[in-house]
Design a protein around this ligand. Sequence first.
Ligand code: PXP
Length: 236
Amino acid sequence: MPELGVNIDHVATIRQARKTYEPDPVAAAVLAELAGADVITVHLREDRRHIQDRDVRVLRETVQVKLNLELSVTPEIVDIACQVKPQQATVVPEKREEVTTEGGLDVVGNFDAVRRTVEQLQAAGIFVSLFLDPDPRQIEAGKKLGCEAVELHTGQYALTSGLAREKELAALVAAGKQIRELGMLLHAGHGLNYQSVIPVARIPEMRELNIGHSIVSRAVLVGLERAVREMKELVR
Ligand code: PXP
């Protein structure tokens, strides 16, 4: 069975909308862990739009399951990762203007920059995963860098439907096979929801799925009724 990595970035997105202290992603991590999360995932972005440096430090001390830090090859962020030492780092591409991570990392086109990052993280004892499209050339390049795992980008699969989705799923299955045959661990994530997750979880030897937006979205809805009742009680 794959492990579930719960990405709590968007708990911090709500907090940062008011630049206040709540909701605290650390509290969310504790609850996710109690509910059975195997991994807690956060992305420390260059623009700090959601997760802050302090969150990462406190999460490292609080989270009892694996902490997976998503990061770009930016030296400042890589240095923070090496100081905090999460158990796992997932290297992702990052553009300031994007709403969320768009596409996998271009290892082929940025081989030296990715290599420096992988070497630095591994020297700090961090297990390294690369976020890649299901593209054989990128996976091959990831293997050359000696990374331990590849997280397949499921965004394209999640965005499509019908025959197009079948095609995207077949590409993920083939890439999964290539990753395993090259001796790396298979992870996947991005854009998965309560429907689209099932076929991806069934890909042979899938080890870890990282899911954020759809879990936080559902949490808002399933928790809203209770939150309103509690406030109504106080008002009364
Ligand atoms: N995996 C990676 C590498 C990501 O960058 C993200 C988004 O931060 C996710 C998984 C989770 O994506 P989503 O929030 O769409 O579930």
